[in-house]
Structure formats: structure tokens, C-alpha cells
Design a protein around this ligand. Sequence first.
Ligand code: AMP
Length: 123
Amino acid sequence: MAYTYDDQNIFAKILRGEIPNATVLETEHTLAFRDIQPQAPVHVLVIPKGPYVCYDHFALEASDAEIVDFNRAVGDVVKAEGLQEGGYRIISNAGEAGVQEVPHLHVHVLGGRGLGRMLQRAG
Ligand code: AMP
């Protein structure tokens, strides 16, 4: 499958500095910032700086350095936000079935309260 990246998406604008964000941490290849509509006391989005639409796109086409940097950044967010003890959840929505709103790969890091079961049973 060919991936088409829309550079007008809101996270691309954040990466270009056109829209402000509440940065949690930044590395060479990764930015982490607070979700504008938090679903939990801690709700941080972790995104690669490169133009990747979703997780499988990133896994296929990103460099080893980007992939290592991104994964370490997710772990660093967990630590920086004090989630190691109480636990947390990471989610990455992709495409239509995943109800992805912003077409730039992001991992949600959620915690700070009991999060309930992962999914509600649906038909
Ligand atoms: P998803 O449905 O996985 O694509 O989630 C997109 C997330 O981006 C949602 O949780 C939004 O609240 C969040 N979001 C949208 N715009 C912004 C923004 N400008 N700054 C921070 N988070 C945002």
C-alpha cells in the first residue's frame, strides 16, 4: 500500500511551529505534547517529526534511529509523568476502523486514574 501524507494536518502545523502546543519533551526525531482535550489526568500525544501517517507506515519506512528515538520517548514520557507506579495505557488509532482523526502517527499515553477495560464489547 502507498501511504499519502497530508502536510496540512494539525500535527504537521504543530511541528512547523504554526500552532502552539504544550510540550512535554522533545528529541531529535520526536515531540510529545499534551492532548488539547484530555481524556485522563495524564494524556500526552507522542509523535515522530517525520511525515508518517500511522503506525504501520512508520514501522515500514522510518529509519532505525527514528524508531528507537520514538520508542524511547514514549518510555520517557511515562517516567516524566510519574505513570510507572500506577500504570498507564498507550493507544494508536489508525484509519477508519481505528477512528483516527489526525493523519499523522501519534501514540496516546494515558494515565493518572483507573482507565477501565480496553474496549467496550460491540457488535
Ligand atoms: P485520534 O483520534 O487518535 O486521531 O486523536 C487525535 C487527538 O488529537 C485527539 O485526542 C485530540 O484531542 C487531539 N488534538 C487535536 N488537535 C490538537 C492540538 N492542537 N493540540 C493537542 N492535541 C490535539
